[in-house]
Design a protein around this ligand. Structure first.
Ligand code: C2E
Ligand code: CA
Ligand code: CA
Ligand code: CA
Length: 278
């Protein structure tokens, strides 16, 4: 049955079979990748623009693949989403982040936050809140320091389960941040139904903030909305001093982007932290 299927697909489009095979291959290796400890978290600082103080970091996953080299998330996250491995990857990332938070706390850096990217689909998993709870207990961390970023870019079914799960996670004390705010499907629904702590202003708006009046107006509107709903704002993808100044003028002071630093391995981040003002 399956073979017949493959043949039919190959007749329609010879590339599809190759792509399919490549996807299946990668799928099988996610488990191996996790077992063999091939995933890495890189960390990108979030900096207070006026003081240059690092307030937290975003954890961004990389795959040190034995044959393909260092893979960026763009090369495997979509496949992980469709094959379901995204939940295992998400849990791995949360555990790593908790371990890091614990270590910083022991070094007197207990006020730093780590933001972890969690697929909206992960919230369909009944055990996710329980998993988070086990992490709090195992690492003895303050949930307020682990920010859960949910992208707005993936449509979630208007599911009661997801809603209840997000609520549970919030009640446990984890802040929720809406990633890629304004680019997706459901931003206002999230804001209406939950008390969201933070929104991230997408790079698409930030990168044009100096040259495009529309982008600037959108950023201004997001900031006004954030203020009236008592949400933090973080601007992502800030690359130039000009963009940073514009953001300051509009009232956004938490900055993430190449202007300050690319995502870096933990050793590099730690030396960064030692060198930056407290
Ligand atoms: P994102 O969450 O929107 O992360 C920001 C992306 O923009 C990162 O790409 C980061 O390296 C890049 N970036 C940061 N500053 C700048 C800048 O100034 N200029 C430019 N041009 N780019 C900048 P990255 O690391 O390749 O990650 C891509 C996406 O993959 C992330 O987008 C996120 O949606 C997803 N992702 C990353 N790690 C994870 C993870 O652990 N779990 C899940 N579910 N998704 C992840
Ligand atoms: Ca922050
Ligand atoms: Ca993110
Ligand atoms: Ca983003």
């Amino acid at each position: 049955q399956k073979l017949g299927n493959r043949k039919t697909r190959a007749i329609y489009d010879p590339h599809m079979y190759e792509q399919w095979e490549e996807e299946m291959h990668s799928e099988m290796n996610f488990g191996k990748g996790l077992d063999m400890n091939e995933f890495r978290l890189f960390y990108q600082p979030q900096v207070e623009s006026l003081t240059h103080k690092v307030t937290g970091v975003e954890a961004l996953i990389r795959w040190q693949h034995p044959e393909k080299g260092l893979l960026m998330p763009g090369a495997f996250i979509d496949i992980a989403e469709t094959t379901g491995f995204i939940t295992q990857i998400g849990e791995w990332a949360v555990s790593q982040a908790c371990r890091q938070l614990k270590s910083w706390e022991q070094q007197g850096l207990g006020s730093l936050t780590i933001s972890v990217n969690i697929s909206p689909r992960h919230f369909l998993h009944y055990y996710f809140p329980a998993f988070l709870n086990s992490c709090i207990e195992e690492y003895n961390i303050n949930p307020a320091n682990l920010i859960i970023e949910i992208t707005e870019n993936v449509a979630i079914e208007d599911s009661k389960v997801v809603e209840l799960q997000i609520q549970k996670v919030q009640e446990m004390g984890f802040p929720i941040s809406i990633d890629d705010f304004g680019t997706g499907y459901s931003a206002f629904i999230y804001l209406q139904r939950f008390s969201i702590q933070e929104v991230k202003i997408d790079r698409q708006f930030v990168s044009k903030i100096e040259t495009d009046v529309k982008s600037r107006a959108i950023v201004r509107a997001i900031l006004t909305l954030a203020k009236s709903l008592h949400m933090h704002t973080v601007a992502e993808g800030v690359e130039t001093i000009g963009q940073l100044k514009r953001l300051e003028e509009l009232g956004c002071f938490e900055i993430q982007g190449y202007y300050f630093s690319k995502p870096v391995p933990i050793e590099e981040l730690n030396s960064w932290l030692l060198a930056s003002p407290r």
